[in-house]
Design a protein around this ligand. Structure first.
Ligand SMILES: Cc1cc2nc3c(=O)[nH]c(=O)nc-3n(C[C@H](O)[C@H](O)[C@H](O)COP(=O)(O)OP(=O)(O)OC[C@H]3O[C@@H](n4cnc5c(N)ncnc54)[C@H](O)[C@@H]3O)c2cc1C
Length: 490
């Protein structure tokens, strides 16, 4: 390691590497027990990897091959999701999903998916003919002649779930170290010492590898080279909220070898989502969108739903699937002190609550000794509590808390009070994207053109830093180079 090794901050019972949905859910699950927990994250916030940019579908569980970990944890996780979402105050809707077929060959694939779903334990599956299909979902393409209907499929905002799960773990005592890029792990008799690239380190009695596309690199640090991760990029188009009601269900075509293919779905926040593409790539951080990828999505949409106005696109984004060469989730211990949660590609979001429970069990099997706490706080206040109030309740609240009466983001109607709460509440929002992920400010039609400068001012004021030091998403992503009036170079 090149950096000088610095002070060891502390010894924890469990250290979780990666603050994606798997790391955050695991931290929350472990915080139900008497133990010290720390989550390490290389970025400036939680949900910086795949958990930030995915389809947000809580899959019913018919897609995964029976007897795989994907099948088991998908079905268990999606059954657990409604209660967890409720406890964490995260909007979740069971809108059901439809896989469309266009001919007899497709019907055979749908029947296979149906049988797979039955074997995996998915409830309520049914195969529909064209007429029943169109009764259920009017906007569905006329060329579809049959469909598999999975009523237990749902939608959730993946980054909101991740931030809320980590927040819940922190409400219950877990710690969160950001900008801590794990670069070396040394093992001694009783613990692991985990070093960051800047020289900081922590000690862990047990560690969880939940590092997404980097989970094979973390495995190598403890001497395990039994698997490798191959990033697969998925690009998306997001449409304005006016379009969120075009379809009610999440609509797929029959899957191909490359995966579940392009979907059309409402999001939990009321937009319409189109995508993702599937492209293998070497780089583990490249989430650029491409003209070819976006055109590929546009070319396929009419086969699934009619009347989707592509000109209503407000943004595009991409996420990286952490596909393992084993083809399944890798959830197992390595030697005596680490549990891997690697290769967690889709349906990892859906499976996350169940994976977290399994990781806790594996840590106990390794020898982690603890007992359940009586004082675990399961409930967490939603970031959306204020906007859910009625007009009179809002007025009454604003009288005593005038910041909630100042609208900063006009498109999504987000007040200064809500933004300040996101900045002050754990896990604190320290940059513009982090505020966006917690409040939806900047996610509307103007994509932050109006509200960003005010949010930057609030971030600077609250952190006691000049506005030139405020970033979009940590690191060197500064938003302002220097002041043009009344100040000099930053
Ligand atoms: C395009 C796409 C669509 C998807 N759609 C769905 C869907 O609809 N439904 C579903 O169930 N699943 C879906 N998934 C899968 C789901 O997003 C993932 O399974 C899930 O987000 C994985 O979470 P994770 O915590 O394992 O990984 P991540 O969210 O990637 O988190 C890993 C974290 O580890 C951090 N990290 C990495 N290296 C280090 C290091 N050295 N030190 C410290 N921190 C480190 C990263 O910064 C990151 O924050 C989709 C995925 C993609 C990409």
């Amino acid at each position: 390691m090149s950096a000088a090794k610095g002070m060891i901050i502390k010894m924890y019972d469990a250290v979780i590497i990666g603050a994606g949905v798997i790391g955050a859910m695991t931290a929350r699950e472990l915080s139900k027990y008497n133990m010290s927990i720390c989550v390490l994250e290389r970025s400036n916030d939680a949900a910086a990897g795949a958990s930030r940019a995915n389809s947000g579908i809580v899959h019913a569980g018919f897609d995964a091959k029976p007897k795989t970990l994907k099948a088991r944890f998908n079905v268990e996780g999606s059954e657990m999701m409604p209660q967890i979402a409720e406890e964490l105050g995260v909007p979740y809707r069971q809108n059901g999903s439809l896989v469309l077929g266009y001919n007899d060959d497709d019907r055979k694939i749908l029947e296979l998916l149906y049988r797979q779903g039955q074997e995996n334990g998915v409830r309520g599956l049914e195969i529909l003919g064209g007429e029943e299909l169109r009764k259920l979902e009017t906007a569905v393409s006329r060329s579809a002649v049959c469909a598999l209907h999975a009523p237990t499929g749902g939608i959730i905002c993946p980054y909101e779930l991740t931030v809320a799960a980590l927040g819940s773990a922190m409400d219950n005592g877990a710690e969160f170290l950001r900008n801590f890029e794990v670069s070396e792990i040394l093992e001694d008799k009783d613990s692991l010492t985990i070093y960051a690239s800047d020289g900081r380190s922590v000690k862990a009695r047990y560690a969880v590898n939940a590092a997404g596309v980097y989970s094979d690199k973390i495995a190598r640090m403890v001497g395990d080279d039994s698997f490798s991760i191959h990033p697969r990029r998925g690009e998306y188009l997001l449409l304005d909220k006016d379009c969120g009601g075009i379809v009610d269900h999440t609509i797929f075509k029959v899957p191909t070898k490359k995966g579940k293919g392009i979907l059309v779905s409402p999001t939990a926040d009321g937009n319409l989502l189109l995508g993702p593409t599937a492209e293998e790539q070497e780089e583990r951080d490249n989430t650029d969108t491409t003209a070819a990828g976006l055109n590929d999505i546009i070319a396929q949409i009419n086969e699934e739903a009619e009347g989707v106005p592509v000109r209503a696109v407000i943004t595009s984004f991409a996420g990286l699937r952490a596909a393992a060469d084993t083809g399944d989730f890798i959830i197992r211990p390595y030697k005596t002190r680490m549990v891997h949660a690697a290769g967690i590609e889709s349906p990892g979001l859906s499976a996350s609550p169940a994976i977290a429970v399994r990781i806790a069990e594996l840590l106990f099997e390794l020898g982690l000794k603890t007992e359940k706490r009586a004082d675990f706080k399961a409930e967490r206040k939603s970031y959306y509590w204020f906007r859910r109030l009625g007009a009179e309740e809002k007025d009454a609240y604003i009288k005593d808390h005038p910041d909630f009466g100042k609208i900063v983001c006009r498109c999504e109607t987000v007040s200064e009070g809500e933004i300040l709460e996101a900045i002050r509440r754990e896990p604190k929002a320290l940059d513009l994207d982090a505020v966006k992920r917690r409040t939806r400010s900047g996610m509307g039609r103007c994509q932050g053109g109006f509200c960003s400068p005010r949010i930057v001012e609030l971030l600077a004021r609250e952190q006691g830093i000049p506005i030139e030091r405020v970033t979009k998403s940590g690191g060197g992503s500064y938003l302002n180079i220097c002041r043009t009036k009344g100040g000099g170079q930053a």
